[in-house]
Design a protein around this ligand. Structure first.
Ligand SMILES: Cc1cc2nc3c(=O)[nH]c(=O)nc-3n(C[C@H](O)[C@H](O)[C@H](O)COP(=O)(O)O)c2cc1C
Length: 210
């Protein structure tokens, strides 16, 4: 039986929503610092087209305009690190997204410190509170972009971001930098709203009972 709803979904869309066309915008997203290359050739670039792709094995996807120096370096070494800055590092994060390593040594320019990781030769950034060491498992060409899948073979966290009693990560200490691509704005996190896999539990239980 067909149910008459009185107003078409198309009409609702026209009244309440503005169509924005095909778009690459998704928000919020992290603004991370990707390190590629080794030794004196290590380079750092800002990256927002990034996401977790798998938990087993832990795999991250990062996507970059193919002409970036970082792509050349990753193709040569087949590894990279992803470093998550805190909100107070906004200026250097933006700088690393404005200037290419083809022209400048961004570690020297910003004072960011490359330090040895544990499993790969590409350095991590000391000043970023959370770091991932990644080994490339797949490469895809997507239009103007090169996407790398990287297996995360090691992670590091600054000890002051860990609760000494519980061992849990303290998000307030981590203070991650958030990026809203559509409006090109950096933000810090707001208030905690609940716990994952718990905040919807009451609703799930009520619906199960009804
Ligand atoms: C907030 C922000 C996010 C960015 N995200 C990306 C991204 O996801 N992919 C990309 O190719 N370039 C991105 N860029 C631009 C690169 O970081 C920039 O072109 C950089 O100079 C490339 O560095 P490289 O040539 O040293 O590799 C971003 C820039 C900013 C400011």
């Amino acid at each position: 039986m067909r149910v008459e709803v009185g107003i078409s979904t198309r009409a609702i869309a026209t009244r309440m929503k503005q169509q924005r066309g095909a778009s690459d915008v998704m928000f919020p997203i992290p603004a991370a610092l990707l390190v590629s290359g080794r030794g004196e050739h290590a380079n750092v670039m800002t990256i927002a087209w990034i996401g977790m792709m798998s938990s087993t094995p832990p795999t991250i996807g990062v996507s970059m305009i193919s002409s970036h120096y970082s792509v050349e370096l990753i193709n040569a070494t087949r590894e990279f690190t992803v470093n998550f800055p805190s909100a107070k590092q906004v200026e250097v994060v933006d700088y690393c997204g404005l200037v290419s390593g083809k022209k400048r040594n961004k570690f020297n320019d910003t004072g960011l410190t490359p330090i040895a990781g544990a499993k790969i030769a590409t350095p991590i950034i000391e000043e970023c509170p959370y770091n991932m060491e990644c080994v490339v498992t797949e490469t895809f060409e997507l239009g103007d972009f090169t996407m790398f899948l990287g297996e995360i073979v090691e992670t590091h966290i600054t000890t002051t971001c860990i609760d000494a009693e519980t061992g849990k990560i303290q998000v307030t200490q981590l203070d991650p930098l958030v990026y809203c691509a559509v409006i090109r704005e950096y933000w810090a996190l707001g208030a905690k709203l609940g716990n994952g896999f718990q905040a919807g539990r009451d609703l799930a239980n009520r619906l199960k009972m009804s």
